[in-house]
Each structure stands twice: as C-alpha cells, then as structure tokens.
Write a protein of this length. Structure first.
Length: 563
C-alpha cells in the first residue's frame, strides 16, 4: 500500500500544461473532459479523475466537458448515465452546457471510417475473433497480415456499407485500421475500428448495428470537442500511439486549429475494497451488498449514502497528489478528511446504542431538569441546547462492569462515574433476570451537589458516561458500517479469491437505540457526532416510514493523523 505525503505531491500534469501554454499550443487553451463509460456506477477512483480534470480546467480558466463513451450497447444502461450525472454534479464539477455522448458522433465516426477506407488506411476483415488473436502475434513474435488485408478500396466500401445495413451476423466481419502488423506495440497491429453488434442502444435504439471500438471513438470525441488535454489512467499508455494515429488522420480529414494530447496518470485506489466494475457488479448481483449505493461500497453513491460530503472527498483527492504510477491510498486518509470536517461543525448529541436502564433511587420521582450543554466545543458560534434529566436514564451496556477489568474507568458495582453534563452517580446494586442472569437494570444514587457547572461540582471521578433520559428517549435504528473486506490490499486477489476476504461484520444493525429528544426531528441528510461513538448521518432513504435511521460515517479515532 502506498501513502503519499501531500506536501511532497507533485502535479506533473500542471508542468505539462504550463509548457503547452508557454509554447502557445492550442492557442493557450485548457479544455479537459471526464469520459466515463455508462456501464457501472462511479467509485472513489473516478472521483479522483473528476476532481483532477475539473479543477485543472478551473485553475486555468478553461472548460470541462462530461462525455459518455457509450459505444458498447450490451453493457450500457440509462440507469448508469443518470447515476453518473448525479455523482459528478454532487462532487461539484460543473460541465455547464457541455454534456456529450460518443453516440452523438456515430455518423461522423462512420464517415471518418469511410475516409480511412478511401485512403487505403482501413479494410474489412473476415477473420473470426480467435483467428485475429492468432494472426496478431505476441510480444515476442510479430503478427501476420490477414488474407483480407489487401482487398480493393471499392470492395471494402461496399462491405462496410453492407455492415451498416445489417446484412451480416455478429462477429462475421470487422473494420480494421491498416497500420503495421510488425509493430512492437500490439495495439498498432491493425486494430479493430468497428464490430457488428445487433443490439439495442440506450440512446440510438436500433438505428445502428455496427459500433465503433473505444480506442477509435475516444480520440474522435476529444478532437471534435476541441479537448486540449486528454487525461487518462496508466493502462492506456500503450494505446497512445493509436490515439495519436486517429487524431493525426482526423486532422487530415477534418482540419482544425487544435489537437488533443493524451497524458496518463496513476489511478487512485483505496485499501480494504475493490475498484473493478466487474467485481463491484458481482458484489451487487450476488447479494453481498444491498445495492450500488450500499454505504459499504466505494461508489460515490455509497459514500454519499454513508454520509461523506463532497468537500471531504475533494480534500482526499487533493491529498493524494498526482502520480505517474498507480497507488493504493490508506482508507484512514479518507476517514481523516471527513472526520476533520465534521469535528469542526457537526453538533454533539447523546445517543445510547446498546441501552442499559439505570434508576437513581434518591432522585425525586416525576422531576425533570433541563440541563444546558454545548453543541460543539470546536465551534464557538454553535451555541447550547437543553437536555432533559430524570430519575430513569439509559447508559451504554459497555459502560458498566460488575467485576471491573484492569484500567476500566466507567461504572462498577460500588463505583462512581460522572454523567456527561450532569451529576456524579454511584452504583448501589444490580438487578438481573432470574432465568438468564443477564443484567437488566442498575440501581444507583446521585450526588445532588456534584452537578456539572455548579458551585460544588469540583469533586473528581475518573470516568464520564453519556446518557439519555428514559422518559424522553427517542427510538432509533443505527447502522454500524465497517470495512467491506478484512484484508487491506486486495490487488492480487483473483475473481474468486477476493470474495473470501469479505468482512462478515461489515454491517451491524442496532434497532433499539435511544437518542436524546433534540434530534427527534433530525432533518434527513444531517450529520452529528454521537458522543464517544463517532460521526453519524441521518439516512434520507430510510426515514420515509417516520423511523429515525442513522448510518455511522466514521469512528472518532483518527489513525492517519496519529501515524
């Protein structure tokens, strides 16, 4: 796993752009794009790419496009288009009126393919897919020319037109570029430009039955949209010569004043999860998670549902830097970013997740005190609120031990603890279920002179517990999310192997939690710090039935900052 020192992070892409501007390349313009394929939901690695492309354009006063590379109708759906648009917008990237689709240019791409055939730079091939792989050669052996490579131009034009009309079955013919079967770069050995695919497209319907390959369609989209800096991940480095080849010939066919340039950067992944769309799809389809927006998923929708904020994700992307190699960032860094933000502004409230009832036998029955407590000590403007205190309260089960372990500083039989913002109490006896021996209630006394903030509140005890008044407690469901996988680095895990590392405790649902009445009407989407428990998010999608549901975003412990 790689950690990047943010102070030493070097954005080499800015150096390239600065040089381009100094040389007057593309008239000094900066125009970037984010080009997702609509075949899945975006994840944190895509968020890095969105942030990089958008903020580079923004910092140079340039433009940013959102373009869907929708050239594979078998895997693409409108659902993914809608989710991607929502995610990019939520992350704060504004494409203004520049929303495009590769399918917008299907006719131009077809006409350009015709031009390549006319120039003797493309041909229709009858080899099957296995035969093409055999003829392609290997990294150590050159490829062999297809027996159909030297067809006459007119024959190629006729066959290609008939491919478009749907006269041939899937897989029977392809259009290939005529480049160099001896090239050391396998991507330049007459790559396929078009394949036959009788399939319904989510935007063009049944208009087309031939579809352009990604490596052909992508540079054309960049060229037609006047993109200057085509930023992509490292796996496309070997594809750059083909990108340049397409752009060069586009320049001959459709002259323009600028040329896009491809630059590769290292992908950003996250520990304790997977980023492959194929693997994420398996998690959803096999029921290991509830959906693409399950809060355990590394998808943008999942992080949003968990309670992360766009600003925290942007801060994380900024700390990652821009590298020339792929990196796996520690999940603790992402957690640090949201924790830092919420520590400064999230209201503190009391919530008891696993309640244990406690009765103060010397507190007047029926009496209620409203105690003033601060909302956030980090925010002087956050003010205070009133919290009810009564004879019966709830504390956490883990805050009591009948026989205390070493260094246990909470409540024990015969021991004392301070209730947060209230009184010091002493446990006098324990009530147990006669059948199971389980502790069902604590009988305690309180010191009326020990009230927090009072004149005689100076008596010290080691432990402090949060609590909720039982008559005023509000029922809530709390979902405790943990890492989806138990292993930090899943980079080498195969298709089957990665599943064996699923964390069986990645979700714990507590349905009998008690929260203070100040958040009884919590606005869906609001965030709180539950004292001593972590930061929580009022899940908007689970509160339609009137029941409060809170997702734990992150715990209180910040391992990144301490490390």
């Amino acid at each position: 796993m790689t950690s990047i020192n943010p102070d030493a992070a070097n954005n080499f892409i800015k150096d390239i752009i600065n040089d381009d501007i100094a040389q007057g390349k593309n008239g000094g313009r900066v125009h970037t794009r984010f080009p997702p394929e609509p075949n899945g939901w975006l994840h944190i690695g895509h968020a890095f790419a969105v942030n990089l492309n958008y903020h580079l354009a923004l910092s140079y006063g340039g433009k940013f496009n959102l373009r869907f590379d929708d050239t594979n109708p078998l895997k693409e759906e409108q659902e993914f288009v809608d989710s991607i648009m929502a995610d990019v917008k939520w992350l704060g990237a504004d494409w203004e009126d520049r929303l495009f689709f590769a399918s917008d240019y299907f006719e131009q791409k077809y006409q350009f393919a015709v031009y390549l055939i006319e120039q003797g730079l493309a041909y229709v091939d009858d080899l099957t897919a296995p035969e093409m792989r055999e003829y392609r050669g290997t990294l150590t052996e050159p490829g062999r020319e297809s027996p159909y490579r030297n067809r006459a131009v007119q024959e190629n034009l006729d066959l290609f037109a008939r491919m478009r009309r749907g006269e041939f079955p899937d897989g029977s013919r392809t259009l290939r570029a005529k480049i160099d079967m001896q090239s050391p770069n396998l991507n330049m050995r007459d790559p396929a430009l078009y394949r036959i695919r009788h399939a319904h497209h989510h935007r063009t319907g049944g208009t087309w039955c031939i579809y352009p390959m990604y490596d052909y369609a992508h540079p054309i989209g960049d060229y037609l949209e006047n993109i200057t800096h085509s930023l992509c991940s490292l796996e496309y480095a070997d594809h750059r010569p083909l990108y340049d080849w397409v752009v060069e010939h586009m320049g001959h066919a459709f002259p323009a004043s600028g040329r896009p340039q491809q630059t590769e950067f290292g992908r950003v992944s996250l520990s304790y999860t997977v980023m492959s769309k194929r693997k994420l799809r398996r998690l959803v389809e096999e029921g290991h998670v509830a959906s693409w927006d399950d809060p355990r998923m590394p998808t943008i929708a999942g992080l949003r549902r968990r309670g992360y904020t766009p600003s925290a994700i942007r801060a994380f992307c900024g700390l990652c830097g821009v590298a020339r190699k792929n990196v796996v960032m520690d999940l603790a860094l992402l957690e640090h970013c949201i924790r830092e933000e919420l520590n400064a502004k999230a209201p503190r409230v009391m919530a008891v997740l696993r309640p244990l009832k406690l009765v103060l036998e010397n507190y007047p029955e029926g009496q209620v005190e409203w105690l003033e407590v601060g909302n956030n000590p980090e925010d002087p403007q956050s003010g205070t609120r009133l919290v009810p205190f009564s004879r019966e309260i709830y504390i956490e089960q883990e805050d009591f031990m009948e026989v205390p372990a070493k260094k246990f500083h909470r409540l024990t039989l015969g021991g004392e603890v301070r209730l947060k913002g209230a009184y010091i109490i002493r446990c006098e006896r324990v009530v147990k279920d006669p059948d199971t021996g389980e502790i069902t209630e604590l009988r305690c006394t309180y010191d009326p002179l020990s009230k927090s903030g009072g004149e005689q509140s100076g008596r010290k005890v080691k432990g402090t517990s949060h609590w909720v008044s039982a008559p005023h407690a509000v029922e809530a469901e709390v979902r405790l999310y943990d890492n989806l996988f138990s292993q930090a680095d899943l980079g080498d895990a195969g298709e089957g192997d990665f599943m064996i590392h699923l964390n069986p405790s990645s979700l714990v649902v507590l349905d009998d939690c008690k929260v203070e009445p100040s958040i009884a009407a919590a606005v869906p989407g609001s965030r709180y710090q539950f004292l001593r428990q972590g930061y929580f998010y009022a899940d908007p999608e689970c509160q339609a039935n009137g029941r409060l549901v809170f997702n734990r975003i992150v715990g209180l412990k910040d391992t990144w900052a301490r490390g």
